[in-house]
Design a protein around this ligand. Structure first.
Ligand SMILES: NC(=O)C1=CN([C@@H]2O[C@H](COP(=O)(O)OP(=O)(O)OC[C@H]3O[C@@H](n4cnc5c(N)ncnc54)[C@H](OP(=O)(O)O)[C@@H]3O)[C@@H](O)[C@H]2O)C=CC1
Ligand SMILES: O=C[C@H](O)[C@@H](O)[C@@H](O)[C@H](O)C(=O)O
Length: 318
């Protein structure tokens, strides 16, 4: 698997990672922990070496179990062969909670360190979310200076090899860069041919912040996404002409932008399909047509938590 080197991170990141945000809403249809564990074990067998989880996902524990089993079975010789990303949840987004939250994630993962620890969203949430949408009173501005000090402490304690953010706009990154002793290595954001993030990518390239794309397939078939990417006519035409699938064209496009990707599949065939993007390429003409696709964000804070002014402003930030 090809890898990219990251600034201020002691480990290279494989260019394709396995997503683990699998639980559907309603929760009654969510994958069981056992299903997630065996899917992740399959992913290791298929060659995935980067896994993306978060404190808020139910996947940290089954991922830890899958890693332990992979070591036991000899599928990997050492934990060092894996790149594990997890994320600080918004209820812990305070100076004195960050190290504690990181340790809780490590406990669930049965690991001594993660490779990348991200601030999940540019928000603090003051109560456990019971149901969505949430009341606006529990959503707050993030005090990035103090939270980032906590993130830096996680790195200096060796709890993580690198630190970064997720769902951050250029504006939020500017602020963070102005106070950070260790700049963020990564910004993980929604990116696919229908939400190309041109401005954010230019900004991050200029500042040496690596972008990882989440929902590269538009979160097809999930409660938070739809089929706008995998059923996009333009992408399907390109796919047909190359004997590839529409999903592969979307993933290849992301890869050709110099961006790493985390994409989720718990289906054995599709997890293999999603790795087959390295021995072919898109033409200049394909890239031009894709660059002209109408743009639509899939995932916004306001659509997730409720149309509160503060969240609408956040979503409108570039
Ligand atoms: N930082 C953040 O705020 C966020 C991070 N993420 C991370 O990014 C990961 C990936 O994003 P995600 O939102 O899951 O969406 P993706 O775009 O990766 O799409 C996943 C969905 O597409 C289906 N799928 C996978 N491969 C194919 C294929 N080849 N053809 C057709 N359908 C396919 C999967 O189903 P099946 O399993 O049946 O194959 C699943 O339903 C998440 O799992 C999570 O780890 C996601 C959202 C927000
Ligand atoms: O309740 C909120 C949700 O958990 C949500 O914010 C995250 O899970 C996000 O969709 C992600 O997948 O990273």
């Amino acid at each position: 698997m090809q890898q990219v080197t990251l600034n201020d991170c002691d480990k290279a990141m494989p260019v394709i990672g396995m997503g683990t945000a699998s639980s559907s809403r309603p929760a009654s249809t969510a994958d069981s922990s056992e299903t997630v564990k065996s899917a992740l074990l399959e992913a290791i067998k298929a060659g995935y070496r980067h896994f993306d989880t978060a404190f808020i996902y139910p996947s940290e524990k089954p991922l830890g179990e899958a890693i332990a089993k992979a070591l036991h079975l000899g599928l990997i010789k050492s934990r060092d062969e894996l790149f594990i990303t997890t994320k600080l949840w918004c209820t812990f987004a305070q100076r004195d909670q960050v190290v504690h939250a990181c340790k809780l994630s490590l406990q669930k993962l049965q690991l001594e360190y993660v490779d990348m620890y991200l601030v999940h969203q540019p928000l603090r949430i003051s109560e456990t979310i019971q149901k969505l949408p949430v009341p606006k009173e529990i959503i707050h501005q993030l005090d990035i200076k103090s939270v980032w000090e906590g993130m830096e402490e996680c790195k200096s304690l060796g709890l993580t090899k690198g630190i970064g953010v997720s769902n951050f706009s250029c504006k939020k990154l500017e602020k963070l860069l102005s106070i950070a002793k260790i700049p963020p290595a990564v910004n993980q954001v929604e990116m696919n041919p229908i939400w190309q993030q041109k401005q954010l990518r230019e900004f991050c390239n200029a500042k040496g912040i690596h972008i990882t794309a989440y929902s590269p397939l538009g979160a097809n078939n999930t409660s938070w996404g739809d089929n706008r990417v995998v059923e996009c006519d333009v992408l399907t035409e390109i796919a047909k002409s190359k004997g590839k699938t529409t999903a592969q064209v979307a993933l290849r496009w992301v890869y050709e932008q110099g961006v790493t990707v985390v994409t989720k599949s718990f289906n054995k065939e599709r997890m293999k399909e999603n790795l087959q993007i390295f021995d072919w390429s898109l033409s200049e003409q394909d890239l031009k047509i894709i660059s002209e696709l109408p743009q639509r964000r899939g995932f916004g804070m306001a659509s997730l938590y409720g149309p509160h002014d503060f969240l609408l402003q956040l979503d409108a930030e570039i």
